[in-house]
Design a protein around this ligand. Structure first.
Ligand code: CP
Length: 311
């Protein structure tokens, strides 16, 4: 089976194909109350979430249901994982229920790939540790494409806790593949070593990075992944790396503000910027998330449905 484990495993044409397919689902989702296409009728999709989520879990659930699939959610906190069941045993249990696709979020990098090697259906990565969050990068690319015409040639600034961010990794791969100039900004302690090898230009001074930016993507501090590491104080972080009106004015006059969520208002982003009617694309990102996940579920289940096409 073909899986969606990360952007690193996708060719440029494959990314563009998913984005094109997602446009169709944006149109359906905006078509009124009857926004249903039951092409996945009879299929069972399991969302197995070993970490908390609001956007990714709900949008995968909505995406599967809009396509007519039977969707069930497994929250690890309420599962037998709490009784000591291993990841592999949990995966084999889900597999035995004859799922047609499994969507997984896990705190460990590589856990989703491990599961994909043990089950008999497509596996979609909904975020694994600090490794990848491919559908987030795809929905971000769709948002930028719709707002700016194209990703190619755009200067995208990604600022925040890059060290622990799977969103940043997937976005760097996706944006570079589509021809954007990517600048990354973080305090030295939260900047991954060797990030330039991925084609991103690294900055520690946010103001310098913002000069000429078309898109400013803010990331939260992932305190839950900072065991014993340097943890900046929220006030100090906002002072040095928070996106406020003064800083946004350094970017291009029509620069787009993005945030994958969940936001910590007043830590990495000012409330009036997050809520800015023209500049903020944050709620649009969420909307694009449903469409992109519909596209991914449709594409990856084609083999099971004996439908011709990619995957
Ligand atoms: N952007 C994102 O992954 O949000 P959730 O953690 O709420 O799914």
């Amino acid at each position: 089976h073909r899986h969606l484990l990360g952007i690193a495993g996708l060719q440029k044409w494959e990314i563009l194909y998913i984005l094109k397919e997602a446009e169709h689902w944006v149109a359906l989702n905006r078509s009124g109350p009857a926004k249903h296409d039951d092409r996945l009728s009879g299929l069972t999709i399991i969302n197995a979430f070993f970490e908390n989520s609001t956007r990714t879990l709900l949008s995968f659930e909505i995406a599967g249901k809009r396509l007519g699939a039977d969707v069930v959610n497994m929250h690890a906190a309420q599962s037998s994982v709490k009784k000591g069941e291993t990841l592999i045993d949990t995966a084999m249990t889900l597999n035995a229920m004859r799922a047609d696709a499994i969507v997984i979020r896990h705190a460990s990098s590589g856990a989703v790939q491990l599961i994909s090697s043990k089950v008999d259906c497509p596996v979609l990565n909904a975020g694994d540790g600090s490794h990848e969050h491919p559908t987030q990068a795809l929905l971000d690319a769709l948002t930028i494409t719709r707002r700016r015409g194209s990703v190619e040639g755009q200067t995208v600034v990604i600022c925040g806790d890059l060290l622990h961010s799977r969103v940043a990794r997937s976005n760097i791969f996706c944006l570079k593949s589509l021809g954007a100039d990517v600048r990354v900004v973080a305090p030295p302690a939260l900047m991954p070593h060797g990030i330039e090898a991925f084609g991103a230009e690294s900055y520690t001074d946010f103001d310098s990075a913002l000069n000429g930016a078309d898109v400013v993507m803010m990331l939260r501090l992932q305190n839950e992944r900072m065991q014993g590491d340097f943890i900046p104080s929220p006030r100090e972080f906002y002072h040095l790396y928070g996106l406020d009106e003064r800083r946004l004015a350094i970017a291009k006059p029509d620069a787009l503000v993005m945030h994958p969520g969940p936001m910590n208002r007043g830590v990495e982003i000012a409330s009036n910027i997050a809520d800015h009617v023209e500049r903020s694309a944050i709620t649009e990102q969420v909307e694009m998330g449903v469409a992109v996940r519909m596209a991914c579920l449709d594409i990856l289940t084609r083999k099971a449905r004996c439908v011709e096409g990619w995957a």
